[in-house]
Design a protein. Structure first.
Length: 212
């Protein structure tokens, strides 16, 4: 079976590891942006997760000449009108640590009874000619009043997942992969894999196979 190189359009090693784990055994060689020389960075200024993911995937597919898989994800808090939403990564400032992001959000939530929140992930696979496929995963939960757990990243320590009665940061990588927004989006990607291969084959003349 033909094996493709696929660029995971991120420098976040946690995300790359999650993608590698979930796609293990598939005929795709996953590469991260750190495997290439530095390039320009696309603007992520769209209003939706889907649009931002497409901006990244199509940009890197065009620049690198390989199919690119990008995600845009974030936390939507009902009591805050959906914030931080698409601004989740930068909501507390460009250089804010994960701990500072959680601290700011918990401060915004002080005194609020409605603590419902959802993680959303839009996953886009694009080829150099601009065509793309999209998958969306969503995981509903609620915010804790203080961080719990040491696994994961981002807002994981304050996102409580009722079915497992733990925060995302208290789950193992495998447990989180089965229920998380990114895990669900990737699971849909895996279930569509035969379709994805046929779709990639349409652009075989544009996409070099692994090792080229």
């Amino acid at each position: 079976m033909r094996e493709y190189k696929l660029v995971a359009a991120t420098q976040n090693k946690n995300k790359i590891k999650e993608i590698m784990d979930l796609l293990a055994g598939q005929p795709i060689q996953i590469m991260g942006l750190d495997d290439f020389d530095p390039t320009a960075v696309p603007a992520e200024d769209a209003d939706t997760f889907e649009e931002n993911a497409y901006l990244k995937a199509s940009f890197y597919a065009r620049i690198l000449g390989l199919p690119a898989l990008a995600d845009d994800s974030g936390l939507m808090v009902e009591a805050l009108g959906g914030a931080p939403g698409v601004h989740s990564a930068r909501w507390a400032g460009e250089s804010a640590t994960d701990a500072e992001k959680c601290e700011l959000l918990l401060k915004k939530m002080e005194g609020r009874k409605n603590r419902r929140a959802s993680f959303v992930c839009a996953l886009v696979l694009a080829v150099p000619t601009g065509q793309a496929l999209t998958w969306v995963g969503r995981c509903d939960g609620e915010l804790t009043t203080q961080p719990r757990g040491f696994n994961g990243f981002g807002y994981d320590p304050i996102f409580y997942y009722p079915p497992l009665k733990r925060t995302f940061a208290e789950l193992t990588r495998a447990e989180k992969g089965e229920v998380s927004h990114r895990g669900l989006a990737l699971a849909e990607f895996k279930s569509d894999f035969e379709k994805v291969l046929r779709w990639l084959d349409q652009f075989a003349c544009e996409i070099p196979p692994a090792g080229v």
